[in-house]
Design a protein around this ligand. Sequence first.
Ligand code: NAP
Ligand code: ZN
Ligand code: ZN
Length: 357
Amino acid sequence: MAEGTAAHGWAARDASGHLSPFNFSRRVPRDGDVTIKVLFCGLCHTDLHIIKNEWGNAMYPVVPGHEIVGVATGVGPGVTKFKSGDTVGVGYFVDSCRSCESCGKGFESYCPQLVPTSGGVDLIDGAATQGGFSDVLVVSEHYAVRVPESLPPDAAAPLLCAGVTVFSPMVRFGLNAPGKHLGVVGLGGLGHLGVKFGKAFGMTVTVISTSPAKREEALDRLGADAFLVSRDPEQMKAAASTMDGIIDTVSAEHPVAPLLELLKPMGQMVVVGLPVKPLEVPPFSLVAGGKRLAGSAGGGMEDCQAMLDFAGEHGITADIEVVGMDYVNTAIQRLERNDVRYRFVVDVAGSKLGVAA
Ligand code: NAP
Ligand code: ZN
Ligand code: ZN
């Protein structure tokens, strides 16, 4: 059997979530595959859920990272979308069944056979998938996107997950209408991009946060119109029934009833954050105002490309702190403490990777 490409990355070996150097191999490229040299990879809160086995389905060792920007270094037969040298992005998933209703409609992220970029199982050879905290990636061109040349590759990386995760439901649920009032709950990696997309869509955007210290930068730097401290009942009460839509990006347990109160009648809240504990939703909070509560996972490949093209046109990138892989465990701890403005991005190509021979 042909040998795959040697890959060098950093992996978690157990639920401590501690990452350390790891050598493995990428699959032999199949027809339609692109080989990518990883340049930068963002650290998403989902990586923390995965490496610490908070969702109970981790397979160790696991190389995290699914906000990947790299350069195509090889294209196999059948590849039409990319050529060597192109800047390529890969997000939360690297394959799906390609034949179910969701795949057919461009909603690949809802495919029952979705293969996450990291911690998934390859549909053909059954191997565990490993993420972007590694030097090389092999992926079908269908699950890669073009990154506009106008975007810097490091600050564009978080768009591949955080960006599309907020952009897709905004477009799909009509929360992109100029003049409408959008609430963004949780000013982290996802949330700060929600603010930027909301403003680019011409919306009025209010940040709803547990961190009063983020007020000034939310208003001055990110361009939000208003800032509410969710733990201040007076502020929340004053803003009741003012919002057309809300995106909830919170990663931890939190009360949602006070958020639903912020919606106008017939308003809708889209949950994208994935805390482990169930949300408590008093039926009255929904029923009384005819409100809707929905969820959304990432975005399909079409949405992802549309999001990147929109970001390219409007100059939207993430606010990032670029770090070397040798800092990644500290970055993980800081992300857990809500101590980053607003996304860590690992300089993968500039880091020492893998176990020395
Ligand atoms: P993040 O950068 O850590 O941001 C989460 C934000 O939530 C924090 O910045 C904080 O904002 C707020 N928060 C944290 N703890 C809180 C608490 N106890 N109560 C209330 N608010 C709290 O995380 P992220 O990378 O944006 O990801 C957010 C969540 O979305 C994670 O659960 C992640 O797994 C999930 N996710 C889902 C998808 C999807 O497809 N649906 C995709 C990517 C990520 P403030 O300081 O402003 O309160
Ligand atoms: Zn993510
Ligand atoms: Zn499918």
